[in-house]
Design a protein around this ligand. Structure first.
Ligand code: GLN
Length: 203
């Protein structure tokens, strides 16, 4: 069975750990570089992306995590986690450096005041069983996707769920509520990678 880490610097770590445990995989918090050892996938939770990006440096996780991601470690980011995994951030702080795992440009807090937080039924490509209830909390949106990134869902014409060969990211919070289909999709991605352990990604 795969072992999935949840980056446990800040944010809704517990919700992701519980969702993953409920799906029968070993899920453990990651705060230290050595806790990356033996992982088959990593989740970057929602929270506050400026804080997350800063704590990656404080906890000296940025370089070892980047190395694992470049070597193909599957990653799943929700909300702030999507921002952290992106290559480019709009409306971020000037000193906010993302991990650059997914070739996307995201705009922080993109849905404006009136729709600061909202829920919507969201059809997601590849998910059987109908639309998913998307919980958006000061959510980002994707304003550019790279050639190897597939859009899975949109709101107002902007991508809010994307995936590449090794990473998935969503602008909302699949870890709240009891719909585990996106975590299941991530575990499928992890299993695919285990079956075809591709070499390092080309940059
Ligand atoms: N607005 C937050 C950020 O930019 C993300 C919010 C969330 O994760 N719910 O980091």
């Amino acid at each position: 069975d795969p072992v999935i880490g949840v980056l446990a610097l800040q944010g809704d770590v517990r919700e992701h750990l519980m969702t993953l445990a409920g799906l029968g995989v070993t899920a453990r918090p990651v705060r230290r570089a050595r806790e990356l050892d033996g992982l088959d996938g990593i989740v970057v939770p929602g929270g506050e992306s400026t804080t997350l990006c800063r704590l990656l440096d404080v906890f000296e996780l940025r370089d070892p995590l980047t190395a694992r991601l470049r070597a193909g470690l599957p990653a799943f980011g929700s909300c702030a986690g999507m921002i952290v995994l992106a290559t480019e951030i709009l409306d971020g702080r000037p000193d906010q450096v993302p991990l650059g795992t997914l070739d996307i440009t995201v705009r922080r807090n993109a849905f404006g005041r009136q729709r600061d937080s909202f829920e919507t039924d969201l059809p997601v490509a590849g998910l059987a069983g109908g639309p998913l209830r998307g919980v958006f909390i000061r959510a980002p949106r994707v304003e550019r996707v790279g050639p190897d990134v597939q859009v899975l869902a949109e709101v107002d014409g902007y991508a809010v769920a994307v995936r590449s060969a090794t990473a998935m990211a969503v602008a909302f919070h699949p870890e709240v509520g009891d719909d585990d289909r996106l975590h299941e999709a991530f575990l499928e991605l992890v299993t695919e990678r285990q079956r075809t352990p591709a070499g390092p990604r080309t940059p």
